[in-house]
Design a binder for this molecule. Structure first.
Ligand SMILES: C[S@@+](CC[C@H](N)C(=O)[O-])C[C@H]1O[C@@H](n2cnc3c(N)ncnc32)[C@H](O)[C@@H]1O
Length: 463
């Protein structure tokens, strides 16, 4: 070891003990410096571990460091050897160095703390996280960036906190066939001189490849995200893909010519097979378009939906609203338990999928609207629709306050809130509990093993 001191300069090596984990699973150390405690975030360090830490970045109020070595006698019993060879550099997973049960406990306490701090809930009764029996190869959607490096097209995930692509080898959270297909397409790009994208000067043709698989891998969708709708050697590329991977049922070009971090552009052009992929969930069939949302972890989605619908405690006479419905999954599964479902979603393609999904499953007691949920619910209120229950499943930014205010005005008895972001969930629960709703059950579900992301279902009743 070179230097050990508490002078906080970039490159200096200090000794610190991890007190806690941040919400992203990063170790937090408090280092005495100039008569006060200074916070240093250290990736991969676990609570109570003492380590020599190299300072890599400093701001006025906190800094970042990387582990040089952990004192062996302080090594956490919760530590596990990450099974992924790229874990140390890849930005995909961030808590693979915690054993799986410890990662579930971490998620539970992170959620509890967020509900206390942001939600101002005194004693949130968070249930143990519903885990996955085999938490690997679960992602049914993979989106891999393509770039240009020394006139070669490369692909892989971004290295942690950067846009630098690291080669895609084995990935433990997506099916091996998805990894294989992405690398196969990369090789085709080099064979047919299709240049990877350059973010700086926005040159090159191929920006991303998205692969979506159904649960039994009998159907595979490939989306080539290009800067323009012009794929050289298109028919040769298609036939090589199909010959090698006969289960590919759909190849689509998506055009994204904007300077943006958003992966998909506005327009899709199917070049082979269907413009959807079909999957089965809790006994129903669902068509999913390239731009439609679909939960990424099949096994856990069935547990999530079953939990949500059990908590909804639906009656045959109930009217249910499914807000942020995507391709209609929750509303359609719930439809046999209730009298009528009203569903709303903002993405046109998802609503088109949802309507077809109702047809192929022969479900007639559901109607879909393509609209902002916060606007559509006001229309339903004006139409005097009396809902007994509502499922809200918003994106990470949570529910629009207008939607929550209308739920309150409509006096909807039961709310099932499905959230993929504890912070916005806590904000919305604070609002709902201040306006007469009572939280009965908070049930987290591990949809994203090896990452710090968490899905939560909350059951609320109007007092
Ligand atoms: C987390 S997904 C849930 C989808 C669906 N419930 C499911 O489980 O598959 C959130 C959905 O909300 C949609 N969305 C985003 N903002 C919206 C808004 N303001 N109004 C309606 N839908 C919205 C997204 O397009 C996405 O389909």
């Amino acid at each position: 070891m070179t230097t050990i001191n508490n002078n906080l300069t970039i490159g200096s090596i200090i000794v610190g003990t991890c007190d806690n984990l941040s919400h992203e699973g990063v170790g937090i150390c408090h280092i005495p410096s100039e008569n006060q405690l200074f916070t240093i975030f250290v990736e991969n360090l676990l609570p109570s571990e003492k380590a020599q830490i190299k300072i890599t970045k400093l701001t006025k109020n906190y800094g970042y460091g990387e582990i040089v070595s952990i004192y062996a006698d302080t090594r956490s019993p919760l530590r596990s050897n990450p099974p992924c060879p790229s874990y140390a550099i890849c930005g995909g997973c961030n808590i693979m160095h915690l054993n799986y049960q410890a990662s579930l406990n971490f998620k539970k306490s992170m959620l509890t703390e967020t509900l206390r701090k942001i939600g101002k809930l005194d004693n949130p009764n968070v249930q143990p996280v519903i885990g996955m029996d085999n938490p690997s190869y679960y992602r049914n959607k993979v989106q891999v960036p393509f770039q240009n490096e020394s006139n070669k097209t490369i692909c892989g995930f971004f290295a942690r906190n950067t846009h630098q692509v690291i080669p895609l080898k084995e990935c433990l959270i997506q099916p091996p066939i998805s990894t294989e297909i992405v690398n196969f397409i990369k090789n085709l790009c080099n064979e047919f001189k299709i240049a990877g994208y350059n973010e700086q000067n926005q040159t090159g043709l191929i920006r991303h490849v998205l692969v979506r698989t159904n649960n039994d891998l009998s159907a595979i969708m490939i989306v080539l995200v290009l800067t323009q709708n012009n794929l050289p050697s298109k028919s040769q590329i298609i036939s090589k893909i199909i010959k090698r991977y006969p289960n590919v049922s759909s190849i689509i070009i998506n055009v994204n010519d904007q300077k943006t971090n958003t992966i998909l552009g506005k327009n899709c052009y199917p070049i082979y097979g269907n413009d959807y992929i079909e999957d089965t969930l809790l006994g129903l069939k669902f068509r999913i378009g390239a731009k439609s949302f679909y939960q990424v972890n099949h096994v856990q989605t069935e547990k999530l939906y079953a939990t949500a619908l059990k908590l909804a405690n639906l009656q045959k006479t109930d009217v249910l609203i499914d807000a942020y419905c995507g391709i209609g999954t929750i509303g359609l599964i719930a439809s046999k338990m209730v009298k009528q479902v009203y569903a709303v979603e903002i993405v046109q393609e998802a609503i088109e999928n949802a309507m077809i999904n109702a047809k192929i499953n022969k479900i007639n007691n559901i109607s879909f609207k393509c609209q902002k949920a916060e606007e559509q619910i006001i229309k339903w209120q004006k139409q005097n629709i009396k809902a007994d229950a509502i499922v809200v499943d918003p994106p990470r930014k949570g529910c629009d306050e207008k939607l929550l205010a209308t739920i309150i005005q409509m006096e909807i008895k039961k709310i099932i809130y499905i959230s993929c972001d504890p912070a916005t969930l806590a904000r919305d629960l604070k609002y709902l509990t201040s306006k007469g709703y009572e939280i009965k059950i908070i049930q987290p579900v591990d949809m994203f093993p090896y990452t710090s992301n968490l899905e939560t279902v909350v059951q609320l009743y109007r007092k």
